[in-house]
Design a protein around this ligand. Structure first.
Ligand SMILES: Nc1ncnc2c1ncn2[C@@H]1O[C@H](COP(=O)(O)OP(=O)(O)OP(=O)(O)O)[C@@H](O)[C@H]1O
Ligand SMILES: [Mg+2]
Length: 1023
């Protein structure tokens, strides 16, 4: 059973240590020795046991016999076997490899009953272990077990340590494939993992089940410290998650709820299904943001006018995923409501919440996270060291560079400290940090004094939450005065911060900014601040929630002036950051800045929320307006539009400032994208009324440009052109290339609309040149889509496809949620005109999917028209007619006019359908389509994929064989991130051919995007 858990949950028991600990009175450790460890375990054994019933015992016995045969042939010693797993050691890694290969071959050739196939995962690692009286023990044994846990049935993985020793001694025909760096489930430091390759053994597996593996569908945070113990809890919570769709881990602050939740979730990541997602709710200040955050995590964008929960539920639909809702307590009502709504409409969704109190909804299973097990008074040293709490203390002390002494009396002291701290992980971590400056016996004595004081001299324990409070209090008291100021002020950050932000926010008259870094380092050493080293980039700091709340309490206690000063400093830092970002977002460094702002989303929101409570909205207007490109590109347009509206409506605020004019201009863009052209025009007029008299020419030109686009989208190029000309006059005087490029682009669109496609292309090329000068690749990408559209109108399909494919590549590389549907819908049109209906349909489906998330209404309408035109519609004319109805309704709702080419194609298609179906039948379906919700269209597309049996998730071999060798070559390069142009160069093909191959790949795999194809290739091992 214990081994079976590894198969299903990715968890391996600490049984060598456990068996050592059961030998009361034995010495803890004797001499260590280097071994090669082999861990094996049957994949999916629980389900197989259920399927086989009585025959399972025979299967287990056969499996064991085959493994033992391989061990015996190569000198392996079985240390233990339990259930369906075996732990063996070898004197050399080569012997272990031989045995593993032989055992795998034996499994493959054995005739298992009922057509079953026993697939055994294996892990090989070399390291030291102590031969204790009760068995082998040591950290490397745990590591070996964890290495095995990331493999799949039939796969043999090898640690870097073992690989190094094997380098020159592998048998002929056997190789090691480098699978890259992988974080093991409980450890921060990733290690290299290799896959053993040998004839007859399967070579392709999904991505390893390791934490932080970018190929797995997850955003679970990688952990920087070891996970300790919790064997029983992991099993219990896993069983709850298997049997119920909402499990809540409750317990006091610092009890380890989040850590346990992440560990359980990591165990559920097995490369199948739609992933495991982590929503950190701790930084959120408002109930509304719960659904927004879950949406962000899942890549779902909210559509204005639709309930957030509905949008998220629609996007999840029938997908099979687990979402961790972490730290729900402060927004418990909103969490409960969202959880309830999602569980009702998403049959394959499971939720794992962590919260100090239960959500209190139907079907919730509550699991109270106990403290870590502490040793009893009188336990022998072995038992003390093996207890969870002492292991945590020892591990964290070792991390601080002060390992606990190994003798018996030291173990007793460690046991007492942990008992004193009730086994609360956070309290133990804080205590471990004290060991840098005092010995363990001193720490024990100090704790004794303090707790005796708190309990009025009685030696009885404190209530648990008071224990933690006392420990945090003590840590606080030991801080220097500047460290206290810094920690209290850091509590205003939401969702982590970088060093520069800390310097700006934590400094006060008594703490110069230059000294903040030093204090921050001290706080990290004392475990009051966490430091997440990002590897290449700058690291980020964060406060655990319990500590943050404590620090916030201290900040408030320092008085309203102190608290306000910290929040003002936080606000000012983020306003300045946003203003610094604005020019960068339209320059060569825009990609980095988009990512940087993504990481700061919690702080940007916190700053806006604070500003909304102040009489002066100006800083908020500046912040929100400066980030227009970010909001739009990363799918936060609806939220930003709400924020701008709220800031513009702050009662009593002076409305005619320059900041409000800029904010009105940003609001106009967002309204125009949401399809509210009238509102957008109003905002523009209001902004112009401020900007024009103030002589703000840049803003005036920008507003003229915006007004022109609003008119163009309504099909009024004649009205738009004079505004464009006025804008161009100003732009010429200002000499700003970005502004000039924007105006050229608007003119080109107008020209194209009026039928002069060649003139439009020329104008677009000018715009393109200017954008290239600015280095704004995002704008270049969007311009290429416009250019491609003009080329389509002119009938130059090759040029159009070339430019549109490049545009889509750029948008995808930047994760530009506005650009992707824009380019995809135009490329879809090109494919349609080239008669590649499957590829076109896939692109329109992608357009609809992303546009629904971003809420850009005209993209939704374009997707619906495209879908009406393409193959899905052709198979069922009634459906096609309904899609036309839905598209026309969407266009009418926003008053959007199609470009002539699209209008003509839609017209012809409607005519064709009318003829094919008969006018009455067409009109009925068309009218029914007017009430069709685009979400239903997405659902229908998903259902179609399912009935067509096309693999959304891995069905590797059949799908892979459906790809031609050339298509496989292309897919490999796509997976390496190459653009079509680069692939064409590499394979000596025309870019057009590469594009065609890619379209075929997507069609055959039933996927809708290049990224999905790359992920599929990686997951199934074909690339
Ligand atoms: N089993 C464990 N192994 C190692 N470290 C642990 C374990 N459990 C908890 N910790 C550590 O203890 C600290 C507190 O844990 P965690 O943040 O999970 O508590 P929590 O119950 O979620 O607290 P809060 O209520 O404040 O959210 C963290 O630093 C965490 O890494
Ligand atoms: Mg927590």
């Amino acid at each position: 059973m214990i081994f079976a858990l590894l198969g299903s949950g990715g968890w391996w028991p600490f049984w060598p240590v456990r068996s050592a600990s059961t030998s009361t009175g034995k010495r803890w450790a004797v001499a260590t020795q280097t071994f090669t460890f082999l861990f094996t375990d049957i994949e999916g054994s629980t389900a197989m046991a259920e399927r086989l019933g009585n025959a399972w015992a025979g299967v287990l016995a056969d499996h064991h016999r085959l493994i033992q045969g391989a061990l015996a042939a190569h000198g392996g010693q079985e240390v233990a076997s339990e259930g369906d797993g075996v732990f063996a050691v070898f004197a050399s890694p080569r012997a272990c490899v031989d045995a593993a290969i032989e055992a795998q071959r034996a499994m493959l050739s054995h005739a298992w009953p009922a057509g079953e196939m026993v697939r055994v995962r294996m892990g090989i690692h070399c390291g030291e272990a102590a031969q204790t009286a009760a068995g082998l023990a040591g950290l490397e044994v745990h590591r070996a077990a964890r290495i095995a846990a990331v493999a799949y049935g039939g796969q043999v993985v090898v640690s870097a340590a073992a690989a190094e020793l094997l380098r020159d001694s592998l048998p002929a025909g056997v190789g090691l494939k480098d699978l890259g760096l992988h974080g093991l489930k409980d450890r921060g430091q990733p290690g290299q993992i290799f896959q053993l390759q040998a004839e007859e053994l399967p070579a392709r597996f999904p991505p390893l089940r390791s934490l932080g593996n970018p190929k797995l569908p997850t955003n679970l945070p990688a952990q920087v410290s070891s996970f300790i113990g919790r064997e029983v809890e992991l099993v219990a919570v896993r069983a709850l998650v298997d049997s119920s769709r909402l499990v809540t881990l409750t317990g006091a602050g610092g009890a380890g709820k989040t850590r346990l939740g992440v560990q359980v979730a990591a165990g559920l990541l097995d490369g199948t299904g739609d992933g495991v997602w982590f929503a950190d709710l701790a930084p959120l200040g408002e109930a509304d943001l719960v659904a927004v955050t879950v949406a962000d995590v899942l890549g779902v964008r909210l559509e204005p006018g639709r309930s957030m929960a509905d949008t998220v539920a629609g996007a999840i639909g029938g997908r099979s995923l687990l979402v961790v809702l972490d730290n729900c307590e402060h927004l418990i009502g909103a969490c409960a409501k969202l959880a309830d709504a999602l569980l009702r409409s998403c049959p394959n969704l499971a939720l794992l919440a962590t919260s100090r109190e239960p959500l209190g909804i139907d079907g919730e299973r509550v699991y109270r996270v106990p403290p870590l097990r502490t040793p009893a008074d009188g336990d022998d040293p072995g038992e003390i060291r093996a207890s969870e709490a002492v292991r945590l203390l020892a591990d964290r002390a070792a991390m601080q560079g002060v390992p606990l002494a190994g003798d018996g009396p030291s173990a007793q002291v460690a046991g007492r400290i942990c008992r004193r701290l009730d086994g609360i992980p956070l309290a133990i971590e804080l205590a471990a940090a004290r060991l840098r400056v005092m010995s363990a016996p001193e720490l024990d004595a100090r704790l004794d004094e303090r707790f005796a004081l708190l309990t009025g001299g009685s030696r009885a324990g404190l209530p648990r939450q008071q224990t933690l409070r006392a420990m945090v209090d003590w840590s606080w008291e030991l801080l220097t005065s500047p460290e206290r100021v810094v920690l209290a002020r850091l509590s205003v950050f939401a969702g982590g911060f970088g060093l520069a932000a800390a310097e700006a926010v934590a400094a006060d008259p008594d703490v110069p900014a230059g000294e903040v870094a030093g204090h921050l380092g001290a706080l990290v050493d004392k475990s009051l601040v966490q430091f997440d080293d990002a590897g290449a980039g700058p690291g980020r700091y964060r406060l655990l929630e319990t500590v943050r709340q404590y620090a916030a309490g201290r900040l408030d206690a320092a008085g309203p002036a102190a608290a306000n000063a910290a929040r003002v400093a936080h606000r000012d830092y983020y306003v300045a950051l946003a203003e610094a970002a604005a020019p960068q977002l339209v320059g060569p460094a825009h990609a980095e800045w988009l990512d940087r702002l993504d990481a700061e989303l919690g702080n940007l929101r916190a700053a806006i929320s604070f500003i909304l409570l102040q009489p002066d909205p100006d800083p908020g207007l500046r912040l929100a307006a400066s980030l227009l490109v970010f909001w739009s590109a990363r799918g936060h347009a609806a939220e930003a539009a709400d924020a701008l509206r709220a800031l513009l409506d702050v009662p009593g605020a002076q409305r005619a400032t320059l900041a409000s004019a800029r904010a009105l201009a940003a609001a106009a863009t967002l309204a125009e994208r949401a399809g509210s052209y009238a509102a957008a025009e109003d905002y523009c007029q209001e902004a112009l009324a401020i900007a024009a008299p103030a002589g703000e020419d840049y803003l005036v030109a920008d507003l003229l440009h915006q007004r022109a686009w609003i008119l163009l989208h309504q099909g009024k190029p004649g009205d738009a052109l004079p505004l464009i000309e006025q804008g161009q006059d100003l732009a010429r005087r200002l000499g700003d290339p970005h502004l000039a490029a924007r105006l050229h682009s608007a003119r080109a669109y107008a020209t194209n609309f009026q039928g002069d496609h060649a003139g439009a292309a020329r104008e677009y090329l000018q715009s393109l040149q200017l954008y290239r000068q600015t280095g704004d690749q995002r704008a270049v990408g969007q311009l290429l889509a416009n250019l491609g559209n003009a080329e389509l109108s002119a009938g130059d399909l090759d040029a159009a496809r070339y430019h549109l494919a490049e545009s889509l590549d750029i948008a995808r590389a930047l994760n530009n949620r506005y650009g992707i549907p824009f380019a995809a819908s135009n490329l879809g049109l090109a494919e349609y005109l080239c008669n590649s209906l499957g590829a076109a349909e896939a692109l329109f489906a992608e357009t609809l999917d992303v546009a629904m998330r971003t809420g850009v209404k005209r993209h939704i309408a374009y997707a619906l028209i495209g879908l009406a035109l393409t193959s899905h519609g052709r198979a069922d004319p009634g459906w096609s007619a309904r899609l036309h109805g839905a598209a026309d309704q969407a266009l009418e709702n926003q008053g959007h006019a199609l470009e002539p080419l699209e209008a003509r194609l839609a017209d012809v298609d409607r005519q064709r359908l009318r003829t094919a179906m008969g006018a009455d039948a067409f009109e009925d379906e068309y009218a029914a389509g007017r009430t069709l919700d685009p979400a239903q269209v997405l659902t229908a597309l998903g259902a179609k994929d399912a009935t067509a049996g096309q693999p959304r998730m891995a069905v590797p071999d059949e799908a892979a064989t459906a790809l031609t060798p050339r298509e496989l070559d292309v897919l490999k390069l796509v997976a390496q991130g190459l653009s079509n142009q680069d692939i064409a160069r590499r394979l000596v093909l025309s870019e057009h051919t590469v594009h065609r191959h890619l379209a075929n790949i997507l069609r055959k795999l039933g996927l809708s995007s290049r990224a999905a194809a790359a992920a599929w290739g990686a997951r199934t091992g074909v690339v």
